[in-house]
Design a protein around this ligand. Structure first.
Ligand code: NDP
Length: 248
């Protein structure tokens, strides 16, 4: 019997990058997955790529919109029932110094990366099975001060600490909550920021392991934290950064 047989995991931002790699790894382990994201075409492409007949449910959802999350939870309840895992992964990157941050950028970042994560989890609670596990997606930037990322990093620090508080809150019902914090991982988001060969080379040089990370390498950590193999781990942050924060 595969490790995730009979289990369902909700992944926000499951149509690309780290979320998609996590969906693939969970399907390989026998799970059913619900993937959510704003772009319906992207989700359809993900379902085709995953090619796991009947075990992928795609629900167009903007996590920054409460009504979308309500609809998502209704679909989850009606189509799959209980959730054994939640990966609150959806996020956006907007990198500007404090003086440059606009009101729109402030709202976009915090609505998606903080409130979106909080409400994804909050609205999942009634659907959680016994001994469910939740993982939020943080960032290596939680541990460093970088001049151009104050708001993004503050939001990521908020959700990593949210995982700690929720671990204390939900532990009594057997639910574990942890964070994964990636370093430089080659996804659309990373390539949108490091958009020249020079920028990518600069990033690569900062990493002790001497290379950028793959989405599947973060997915391994997420699957571990969602699985019974981590049954006594909660309130923790697992960095998957090739050693980046030891060197910058
Ligand atoms: P991607 O851009 O590939 O993935 C981000 C996903 O989030 C997309 O599928 C996007 O789908 C979804 N998303 C964005 N906004 C919303 C929203 N409002 N509602 C629902 N879905 C949304 O990049 P990554 O895989 O790299 O990013 C995944 C997470 O990893 C993010 O939280 C990011 O901050 C974090 N991270 C990434 C790092 C990296 O180097 N790649 C480093 C550290 C952290 P759609 O546009 O269709 O909505």
């Amino acid at each position: 019997m595969a490790e995730f047989d009979g289990r369902t995991v909700l992944i926000t931002g499951g149509g690309s990058g780290i979320g998609l790699a996590t969906a693939r790894a969970l399907l390989d382990a026998g799970a059913k997955v619900v993937i959510a994201g704003r772009d319906a075409a992207r989700l359809r492409g993900a379902v085709e790529t995953l090619d796991a007949a009947g075990r992928v449910v795609a629900v167009p959802t903007d996590v920054a919109k409460e009504s979308d999350l309500d609809r998502l939870m209704t679909v989850v309840r009606d189509r799959v029932g209980r959730l054994h895992g939640v990966f609150a992964n959806a996020g956006i990157a907007r990198f500007n110094s404090c003086a440059e941050v606009t009101g729109v950028e402030y709202a976009d970042l915090l609505d998606t990366n903080v409130r979106g994560v909080f409400q994804t989890i909050q609205k999942s609670l009634p659907l959680l099975a016994d001994r469910a596990a939740i993982v939020v997606n943080g960032s290596w930037l939680v541990h460093r001060g970088i001049a151009t990322t104050p708001l993004y990093a503050a939001g990521k620090a908020a959700v990593v600490n949210l995982a700690r508080s929720l671990a204390a809150d939900l532990g009594t019902r057997g639910t574990r909550v942890n964070a994964v914090s990636p370093g430089y991982i080659v996804t659309d988001m990373f390539l949108g920021i490091a958009d020249t060969e020079q920028a990518r080379e600069g990033a690569r040089r900062q990493v002790p392991l001497g290379r950028l990370g793959r989405p599947a390498e973060v997915a391994e950590a997420v699957v571990f934290l969602l699985s019974d193999r981590s049954s006594y781990i909660t309130g923790q942050e697992l960095l998957v950064d090739g050693g980046l924060i030891t060197s910058v």
